[in-house]
Design a protein around this ligand. Structure first.
Ligand code: S3P
Length: 420
């Protein structure tokens, strides 16, 4: 059925996490509107409250009373990060420079995701960290005096980069990070905007210790392009559709999905309308499109990884072959996404093959629909819900609730956009 309408998306999840964390380091009230209300960001708010911060939610507005130089108190209970890698990894960096003893825990999925990538640099900076399970949660961190390091990121991960930058704010000397490929840069943009001494030269970012509290601001978090990508995909695939997304973050480290689908023949029009806390913002109009397969450039992968399940789905409806390589990181997301994508789409009749670092799809093939094994992964559940709209049989998700991790209300929005 055709999709038609205009949507203002919930706030970007990555920006929301960073906005509430950095607000703690100012010396006044930050008022953040359109904060992502998914379980992940709620988990970040919960751990900050457990560390003594005054954070109030009202609808989608969050007010954080920043507490300047020494904002955090010793938590009396473990910091439960739920399903959220961003909460755990950025949380460790944020707290590493304070004299606290904290334990980070997570749900079953998060407890199987690698934490060594954050632990190694934070230990080099002086944090004392032990794990009960060789590099996995639970992680016990004793924070305190840190010194700056020069660190070459082995994987282009925004979470690791951000954890080091947050720790660097509290170090005794400057910290530089070099990344093999660019990854989402919300932390850098926000830090700069809030007055932190951060500079960027080529592949290297340098942060100096924070001498004065960050600025506190009142602003609206731009819409989440990763959430919007599910609606864009639905509009491209369903006949006679036209969907306008307004107020979306158009940060160039997040828009590789748009470049790739345009290269596949998608009719998408992007209009920049302004800027918020250093983030370009605009509207995205997408229409039903005829697609063809492409080879996705591996250097685009870090800026596209959350959208790769959708590239796989689009490829099942595109003429010819689509190949994705350089995406081994998909194996350590909320689920092993290579397995989750391939198993589900193949069960529905797609011609898709798993590779060690990606997948190859030959299209177009009709999709049968039916049962979905979500692996309790929000992005798999949403991708298959979109796939279900062009499938023969109704979709049966084994876990609908996991969608609430990033995009509560997603299924309702999809239904609302329906147009006969
Ligand atoms: C995120 C970074 C990415 C992304 C995740 C959110 C962030 O993970 O997949 O959904 O907010 O920094 P990596 O840092 O592991 O690449």
């Amino acid at each position: 059925m055709a999709l038609y309408g205009t949507i203002i998306l919930p706030g970007d999840k990555s920006i929301s996490h960073r906005a509430v964390m950095l607000a703690c380091l100012s010396e006044g009230p930050s008022v953040l509107h359109n904060v992502n209300r998914g379980a992940d960001v709620k988990q970040t708010v919960a751990i900050l409250k457990r560390c003594g911060m005054d954070v109030q939610w009202q609808e989608d507005t969050v007010t954080v009373q920043g507490a300047g130089k020494a904002p955090f108190l010793q938590p009396q209970l473990p910091l439960d990060c739920g399903n959220s890698g961003t909460t755990a990894r950025l949380g460790m960096g944020l707290l590493a420079g304070y004299p606290l003893q904290v334990t980070f825990t997570g749900d079953e999925s998060l407890s199987q995701r690698p934490m060594k990538r954050v632990i190694v640099p934070l230990r080099q900076m002086g944090a004392r960290i032990s794990t009960r399970n060789q590099g996995y949660l639970p992680v016990m961190l004793t924070g305190g005096e840190l010194w700056g390091i020069q660190y070459d990121l082995p994987v282009p991960s925004a979470q690791v980069k951000s954890a080091i930058l947050l720790a660097g704010l509290n170090a005794q000397s400057e910290t530089s990070i070099t990344s093999p490929l660019p990854s989402r840069d919300h932390t850098e943009r926000m830090l700069k905007h809030l007055g932190a001494p951060i500079t960027n030269e080529g592949k290297t970012i340098t942060i100096k210790p924070l001498k004065k509290p960050l600025k506190y601001l009142d602003y609206t978090i731009p819409g989440d392009i990763s959430g919007g990508a599910f609606l864009i995909t639905a509009a491209l695939l369903e006949p006679d559709s036209e969907v306008l997304l307004q107020g979306v973050s158009l940060n160039p480290t997040r828009t590789a999905f748009l470049d790739v689908i345009k290269a596949m023949g998608a009719q998408v029009k992007v209009t920049k309308t302004g800027e918020v806390v250093g983030e370009p913002v605009g509207d995205i109009l997408s229409r039903t499109s005829s697609l063809h397969g492409i080879t996705v450039p591996p250097e685009q992968i870090p800026n596209l990884q959350d959208e790769l399940p959708l590239i796989a789905l689009l490829a099942t409806q595109a003429e010819g072959e689509t190949a994705v390589t350089g995406a081994a990181e998909l194996k350590v997301k909320e689920s092993d996404r290579i397995e989750a994508i391939v198993t589900n789409l193949r069960n529905w009749g797609a011609d898709i093959e798993a590779k060690p670092d990606g997948f190859v799809v030959r299209g177009p093939t009709p999709l049968t629909g039916g049962r979905v094994q979500t692996y309790h992964d929000h992005r798999i559940a949403m991708m298959m819900s979109v796939a279900g709209r062009i499938a023969k049989e109704p979709t049966r998700l084994d876990d609908k609730d996991c969608i609430g991790v990033s995009f509560p209300g997603f299924l309702t929005i999809l239904d609302k956009l329906e147009h006969d």
